[in-house]
Design a protein around this ligand. Structure first.
Ligand code: ATP
Length: 295
């Protein structure tokens, strides 16, 4: 056994180093603000708007040419409105947010903001306009302060605390022995899913973008945290063009429009009321989830 100890210990070391390197790579790309494969066209224009209408114009997409993922996805989110996307795992919901942030380019069709194709925009200005609250926020191995400020590196301490208050994470932070200087992430204090999502919300509030993407956590948070996060989301999405990738139907009830996706296609669309009245796919999902929650 002792003979095994050395190699196993070494493997643990390698694993930690790789994980750290991956986090750093993620950070590097984030700092560069772009995917290595996507570059600005020579004629790329800056985006500068406070009110952004988002249009997906018959979008086709494949990560790999052999396997088409999106088939003619078409929708508009008027400035300040909220669109929620629901559908089974693998339907292509998160792919929509990756395309809007331009991690990938569409294979056919286009995505426009205020009528301008995002491939004709300078990437860093596109990304300045979009705030993402991901399913599972990866925090940097750095202080909570840094992790919130990352949304806007030149923000004042007051603005950071204000954002943390709005995201209802300030009291939690203030109660830590080292407060905002507490190191979090893999090598520091591990935060719960709800706490991490609140840090991401604070970061987004600070960034104050006109477009918001909220990728709801698939793993259930406890119901109190979940309700609180939904309320915070509702507050920050007011007046912003919002795309919600929803896993719980309770999140979508108030959306201006709901898209139901199946196998990369939009199979139904409408408001919650309209979709219940249509008594088809969405209505069945709703009935199923209601019965699961009743258990
Ligand atoms: P979930 O609800 O589970 O998050 P989703 O509807 O958001 O699912 P997507 O993440 O958009 O689904 O994935 C749609 C399809 O694209 C899936 O079949 C998935 O396997 C595939 N896919 C996602 N990311 C990649 C990638 N980086 N490379 C290749 N295929 C991918």
């Amino acid at each position: 056994l002792l003979q095994l100890y050395g190699p196993l210990n070494f493997l643990g070391f390698v694993y930690r180093e790789i994980k750290h390197a991956l986090a750093d790579m993620d950070r590097m790309f984030a700092l560069m603000g772009r995917n290595a494969e996507i570059t600005d066209a020579a004629t790329a224009q800056p985006l500068a708007t406070q009110a952004a209408a988002v249009r997906f114009d018959r979008v086709e997409f494949a990560y790999d040419p052999e396997r088409q993922i999106l088939h003619g996805v078409d929708f508009t989110i008027p400035a300040g409105h909220t669109l929620a996307v629901v559908g089974a795992s693998g339907a292509g919901k998160s792919t929509l947010s990756r395309l809007l942030y331009r991690f990938y380019d569409v294979t056919r069709g286009g995505i426009q903001i205020n009528g301008k194709d995002i491939r004709e925009l300078q990437q860093h200005t596109l990304r300045e306009h979009i705030g993402i609250v991901p399913q599972d926020t990866v925090l940097f191995n750095d202080t909570i302060y840094y992790n919130i400020a990352y949304g806007k590196p030149d923000a004042s301490r007051e603005a950071i605390i204000e954002a943390a208050r709005s995201a209802h994470i300030h009291d939690f932070i203030a109660a830590l022995p080292q407060g905002y200087d507490t190191v979090v992430g893999e090598r520091g204090l591990k935060l719960s899913g709800g706490e991490k999502q609140r840090v991401a919300i604070a970061r987004t509030i600070l960034k104050n973008p006109p477009i918001l993407i909220f990728d709801e956590a698939t793993s259930a948070l406890d119901s109190k945290t979940e309700k609180a996060i939904q309320a915070e989301l509702k507050a920050i999405s007011a007046n912003r063009t919002t795309l919600v990738i929803a896993h719980r139907l309770s999140t979508v009830v108030d959306a201006d429009e709901i898209l139901v996706m199946e196998g990369g296609r939009v199979v139904e669309r409408g408001t919650h009321r309209e979709l219940l009245d249509a008594n088809a796919v969405y209505a069945r999902m709703w009935a199923l989830q209601a019965s699961e929650e009743a258990v």
